[in-house]
Design a protein around this ligand. Structure first.
Ligand code: ATP
Ligand code: MG
Length: 189
């Protein structure tokens, strides 16, 4: 007799909240990356369509947990904001080269913090390390580049998305499942 279905059998998916560049910004990020003086054994380039900025990594979740985080995301209050990607960095342990804003806009800090707190209220245990906003450009890069110099990339952020991540033999595949549009930018300071 087949085992009765129980909630532990719900299929799980690996999900995360992210900022998702439009095609023009993806193109500019790739152009900027192409100017970097990296070694010829230049690591694994993140494909243009996979470039993103993670807001909150949720990990494996079933459909019930997903419903909870989606309902939580519906309640997020955040204005549109501008992000300047103008700082390169390299993490030696994962050998990751990234680009990030030198200054974190308050709206980005609150958005990420609210999503982390909201995910916690859905019973998820997120990574406790401090949040480090970044866009990964190259993985498994043996040495940081000699120079990293391109004009600051301006990102007008007016939405955030929920993404499913799947590891396939040919590499990771991301699929945007839903998006939430942010409020109009306030000009009152
Ligand atoms: P792969 O793991 O197949 O190499 P990936 O790291 O891009 O690819 P995921 O592991 O699904 O794919 O991660 C999705 C996003 O969430 C990436 O931006 C990744 O850096 C980030 N991420 C993954 N794990 C964590 C974590 N524990 N804390 C914070 N961010 C994470
Ligand atoms: Mg990973």
């Amino acid at each position: 007799m087949p085992a009765p279905e129980c909630e532990h059998d719900l299929p799980a998916e690996r999900l995360f909240f992210a900022l998702w560049p439009d095609d023009a910004l993806r193109h500019h990020i790739v152009q900027c990356r192409d100017t970097l003086a990296v070694d010829s054994d230049g690591g694994r380039l993140v494909s243009a369509e996979n470039l993103h900025l993670t807001l909150a990594f949720l990990g494996r979740m079933d459909i019930r947990q997903r419903a909870c985080v989606e309902a939580m995301a519906d309640t997020i209050q955040c204005r549109s904001f501008e992000l300047q990607l103008n700082r390169f960095g390299y993490w030696p342990r994962p050998r990751v080269l990234w680009i990030a804003p030198a200054e974190m806009p308050g709206a980005l800090i609150s958005l990420a913090a609210d999503l982390h707190a909201g995910a916690g209220s859905c019973g998820l245990k997120l990574d406790a390390r401090p949040y480090r906003a970044h866009v990964t450009l190259i993985r498994k890069l043996a040495h940081p580049p000699q120079n990293a110099n391109c004009p600051s990339l301006i990102w007008s952020v007016d939405r955030f998305v929920l993404v499913r991540s799947r590891t396939l033999p040919q590499g990771v595949e991301y699929e945007v499942l839903r998006e939430w549009v942010l409020g109009e930018e306030s000009f009152e300071g």
